[in-house]
Design a binder for this molecule. Sequence first.
Ligand SMILES: *Cc1c(COP(=O)(O)O)cnc(C)c1O
Length: 392
Amino acid sequence: MTPACASLERFAADKLAKLDRRQLRRQTHETRPLGGALVERDGQRLVNACSNDYLGLSQHPVVIEAARAATATYGAGSGASRLVTGGHPLLFELESRLARFKGSEDCLVFGSGYLTNLAVTPALVGPGDLVLIDALAHACLHAGARLSGARVEIFGHNDMVDLETRLTRLRADCRHAMILTDGVFSMDGDLAPLPALLELAAKFDAWALVDDAHGVGILGEGRGTGHSFQPPALAPLQMGTLSKALGSYGGYLCASRAVCDLLRSRARPLVFTTALPPASIAAALAALDLIESDTALRERPMQLARRFCARLGLPTPTSPIIPIVLGHADSALAASRALQEDGFLVAAIRPPTVPEGTARLRITISAAHSEADMDRLAAALQSIRQTTEAAE
Ligand SMILES: *Cc1c(COP(=O)(O)O)cnc(C)c1O
């Protein structure tokens, strides 16, 4: 047994009691993948409707085989940082493939999406600079902004008037400025108004960083949110993850050669961490092949999302993320439990992941779902809605 330190134990117990009182204590659950969108939890077979594996590629036989073959050929781990000997040949191949796919000059792959965002902003700005970030941008974009030491201004969600007001007031007094936003917002599924945002970025000479963790593989023929606009609205800094639609693990930044080269020297989460294992890189490469070649696969999550929203009378979705905002954490937890009884796994999302008073079910739709799954899930939600309304 490790020795217990009395004050540390007291601290942890007090904090946990506070979280319990507010229904905000989190738990990790054993969830066993059974192939496709099926999982087993608490001895029950469930249709997973809250994973970010939008194309079902984490379970795709071709992707799994690529990971297996790379492990057999190159080993289980990469052994060192990319700057030492972790620079695996597959990693260079993946970077050039991603750059071509996203239409950028160069690309850098990182350990995860989270690490990518901890890397990029602090490598580019610091004290004396300005970072403007959307209020609902992902936690790791916010963490990167704070870590940079620059002045951080949070603008209202997708509020371009607020963004412009802040730029007008503050830009002249700062050396460099960055604007940080998600392409698809992870908890709401709406899109950033990228054309207007990039226009402001150009007007005020601010560098735009778009986090497209939920856009790549799905929107803009799989090339991401920026490519879904006509004409495309492409930020000079485009990051994303290999861990969602690509079904693997890791993160990336697509940018110019000079910016990527600067990050090779300056991005601490690249320099001081071990390179991704060969299996993850090979899986991402195989996933990219499938995304580029299989139009029907890419389009399926949005098709199913439209069907699902139509059944529930919800507005036409802009991404496969469908939030059902319920308000209090209790209501979201109760709805999640009710869905589990109906055979669906949909996690309740509570503060601080979403703002206070907006606890919700976050439904994510995957190519691995069937039309029948959508119809059954819509019916289950409808009956929860009726029960809740009857109780009010
Ligand atoms: C999931 C997510 C990340 C983090 O990516 P990981 O590869 O899971 O670390 C970053 N940004 C957004 C918007 C996300 O949803």
